[in-house]
Design a protein around this ligand. Sequence first.
Ligand code: UGA
Length: 438
Amino acid sequence: MALKLSVIGTGYLGATHAACMSSLGFEVIGFDTEVSKIELLSKGKVPFYEPGLEELLSEQIRSGRLSFTTNINDLADCDVHFICVGTPQVKGGNAADLTYVNSALESIAKLVKAGGLVVGKSTVPVGTATRLRSKLIELNPKADLAWNPEFLREGFAVEDTLKPNRLVVGVVSDSAEKILKEVYASNLKENTPWVRADLPTSELVKVAANSFLATKISFINAMAEICEAADGDVTVLAKAIGYDPRIGSRFLQAGIGFGGGCLPKDIRAFMARAEELGAKQAVEFLKEIDAINLRARQRIIELVRKDLSDNLQGKKVAILGAAFKPDSDDVRDSPALDIAVQIQAAGAIVTVHDPKAITNAQKRFPVLNFSTEINDTLKDAEIVLHLTEWKIYRDIDPVKVKSLVKNAIMIDGRNALDRQLWRSAGWKFRALGRSNNE
Ligand code: UGA
């Protein structure tokens, strides 16, 4: 008989995992303590923007295989329980807050059937899985725990979950691996690489991967700083080094840097955990990665100041983009919003446009003005900043919108617009890591 699965925590990770597992034919029940979230999900509605997820979710609910609950006891007849709760940065520190992971484990422990498996998917500091496994076995000796980190990207969550580029399973027992092979049978059939690891290695794979990605982005942003100093062009440099397959061209997009709910907090939690382990020096470089990343936000504000004669007081600034990246409505640690807030605090009158993230952005920063229309955002602007590379912004015709603004100055914080096109339409065009001489 097919396994019955539960998913504990129905945020980006959990809601996607639940819908995708159901689409593979499993019966799945999603659990969350937040009543409003469960009410929405039960109606086939996704409480955040993720391309393709809502369609999949409602289709799976209609199939009868997928349901949601706020009652943990409804999970009692499941064979495998995935823990997908968040591990945010603790307030006032760098470490990960494990409150939700700990309480998920404690609430499910006694309900796990004999031979049942708890599978952690949340990003946790190394050592957590071993501790949780001991706790689980103490509360329920017939249960087991494995770790199975998730590498999905927001904006591609469904695709990444259904077709992951690798599956990593941290297990202690062969029986745990066997159950996970049953869960991921369809991926194995398609030859998705399968990496069996011990528990600590599986936890480390996740933070190592995110640290590497963050390092790649900060590396190219450091090169952008050098290009600015030496009158070079970081976009050409990135293209040229990217042709070397050992380097690769992805994640070399210079600009205002990384944000979101993962990369920034994960590198900080990694540093905090390494220090606890007495291995602080090994990841000390991540402090520099973080600093380069935050510096990019200041560098763009410097460009704005230069073009506005160092006086932002009362100046109308139009900002295109609020989400931390395109195809997402997530504004957690969004570089775009951070820049908007800092410019507003310096006295400017800022209007922010985003096709999907305005509701979330407004909740976080009610002091900013928001607009759902690009043209209204640009109206009378004394400078325009492109901070999240949504496709709709690349489709703007610089000739058409020139008459809307007061000063035709575009600052491209993502190196994603066509400089030639904007310049030939008569705009001053600035970008990070490129010569800003006309
Ligand atoms: C990241 C990882 O890419 C996923 O593999 C991982 O599963 C996820 O974190 C997680 O830990 O849950 P995500 O946060 O969705 O995924 O976003 P990314 O696509 O990695 O982008 C992160 C940030 O880097 C964005 O702000 C993006 O604008 C920025 N970025 C990305 C750049 O500035 N330059 C680049 O070249 C690429």
